[in-house]
Design a protein around this ligand. Structure first.
Ligand code: FAD
Length: 447
């Protein structure tokens, strides 16, 4: 049932790392927060059926470009982090400083609030270890990656990271949402926000659909955190027509090789990697559940290889793509890889081939293309100021869409830090001018 209460201090739309971080911080400081989330709040079961429902529904969580590149996002409480690999890449603090944003303090605060560490040797699978040894042997600067994982809850020979971890070992943004709700935030699930309600160029609430009915909720501050695809759609409907163009999605490709007797199989994906910052390439091991591998192999007509699981070492190449494209009105992604994007993918795949060959692999082949980090659709410096505020007063955006330039990195740590920074800004603003803020909320007038 939608909440009978319709006026809050803050409305947060979406519960990925951006929405979850800001909702948690504000709730802990006593703000009345309403969270509106399009997806469900079902317990994570780690099942194939639930994965399909939350991340692979065409036109909702799965979109496919004209080049048949699949773009996925999680539509559930916790957003895409329910299905992410849990790799924690430190935010590019210096780059963001050039846009007038310093998140160095917040990045450290995130480090103490969530588990971030390299995997212990016991949790490193055979494939990741072989990748690491072979890459180092060839002189690559390969190392274990830091992960958002409670390692004491993690299991060896478990492949359920990619299906959402049912053991609570992989930290995800839902953990922050749970904390916010325990501390008094209200959450309404299956609530798809369509637009922001404005009064005198100030955000005063949102309109959302639930159970085929349109509802309204009001607050003095609205934070749109519906992700790189969801946020520009809401903003466009609210009058910010330039949102949703010239963005990145960090395309990726898997390169597989067969190593007889490897004994790989179930292991945590992205346990180790190499970063080539100048080339815009990240290369990592990438273990996946067998069913997923079969599906990916069939996409590229590798029928025989689909049944070779334990002897296969998959390597992922993720690149920093050029800004281009458009998010369509219905939430589909219109974007073509540029010549440079393809060259980067080829260059990365060549590194992977070398590492696989050196590891003793035969039958090396490339998989199909995917992308999982849509962002840069509502950029700092274009649609947003350095406080993440739009040109409408009290309307903020806080998610992957705010990133102002080409990317190519796991973004969660950065987004969490931006969420903490935004919460601090809002709290400081309240302290500075409480009377003024109270006067400015024309809730009744807006309804
Ligand atoms: C398979 C996969 C692996 C990944 N691996 C990593 C990794 O290892 N490390 C890393 O850092 N990142 C990884 N990522 C990326 C990371 O998960 C995302 O970049 C991050 O979650 C984006 O955060 P966000 O807040 O922008 O959006 P999201 O996490 O996508 O959250 C958006 C939220 O908004 C909700 N929403 C959307 N539209 C509406 C609407 N109209 N009304 C209400 N709610 C709405 C969605 O349901 C969702 O909960 C991975 C992503 C995927 C898919």
């Amino acid at each position: 049932m939608p909440s009978p209460k319709t006026a809050f201090d803050v409305i947060v739309v979406g519960t990925g790392p951006g929405g979850a971080a800001v909702a948690r911080e504000l709730t802990l400081k006593g703000k009345e927060v309403l969270i509106l989330e399009w997806g469900d709040y079902d317990p994570i079961r780690g099942s194939v059926a639930q994965t399909f429902k939350q991340i692979l529904v065409p036109g909702k969580s799965l979109t496919v470009t004209s080049e048949l590149l699949s773009v996925v996002r999680g539509i559930t409480t916790g957003g895409s982090t329910i299905y992410y690999c849990g790799t924690a890449f430190a935010p590019p603090v210096e780059m963001l400083k050039t846009y007038g944003i310093d998140i160095s303090t917040e990045a450290e605060e995130v480090r103490s609030a969530v588990p971030i560490a390299e995997l212990s040797d016991e949790l490193m699978g055979a494939g990741p270890n072989r990748f690491l040894d072979s890459a180092r042997d060839l002189g690559y600067d390969a190392h274990k990656l830091t992960k958002f994982i409670h390692q004491n809850k993690c299991r060896t020979k478990c492949a359920l990271c990619s299906y959402g971890c049912p053991y609570g070992a992989k930290w995800n943004a839902r953990h922050f949402v749970d904390e916010a709700v325990e501390n008094g935030a209200e959450i309404i699930n299956h609530a798809k926000v369509t637009r922001v309600i404005l009064h005198n160029k100030k955000a005063v609430g949102v309109e959302y659909k639930k159970d085929r009915q349109t509802h309204r909720a009001y607050a003095s501050t609205v934070i749109v955190a519906a992700g790189g695809i969801g946020s520009p759609l809401i903003l466009r409907e609210s009058g910010i027509r330039s949102a949703g163009f010239d963005f990145f999605f960090d395309p990726l490709v898997y390169v597989y090789g067969k190593i007889k007797g490897l004994g790989n199989g179930k292991a945590i994906p992205m346990s180790a990697g190499v970063h080539f910052p100048d080339d815009g390439i990240v290369m990592t091991d990438f273990n996946m559940p067998h069913l997923m591998k079969i599906a990916f192999d069939l996409q590229v007509f590798k029928f025989k290889q689909a049944f070779s699981y334990k002897d296969t070492l998959p390597i992922m190449i993720k690149i920093r793509d050029d800004l281009s494209g458009e998010v369509t009105r219905r939430g589909w992604v219109k974007k073509k890889l540029t010549k440079d994007d393809r060259l980067r993918l080829d260059k990365g795949a060549e590194h992977a081939r070398k590492i696989l060959k050196n590891a003793g692999a035969t039958d090396i082949y490339r998989g199909w293309l995917f992308a999982a980090h849509p962002g840069g659709t509502v950029k700092i410096g274009e649609q947003l100021d350095t406080n993440l505020q739009t040109r409408f007063e009290d309307l903020y955006v806080c998610d992957c869409s705010v990133i102002p330039q080409e990317w190519g990195l796991p973004p969660t740590w950065t987004i969490l830090s931006l969420g903490k920074r935004l919460a601090k800004h809002l709290l400081a603003k309240d302290r500075a001018a409480p009377a003024e803020n109270e006067n400015v909320i024309p809730l009744k007038a807006a309804s």
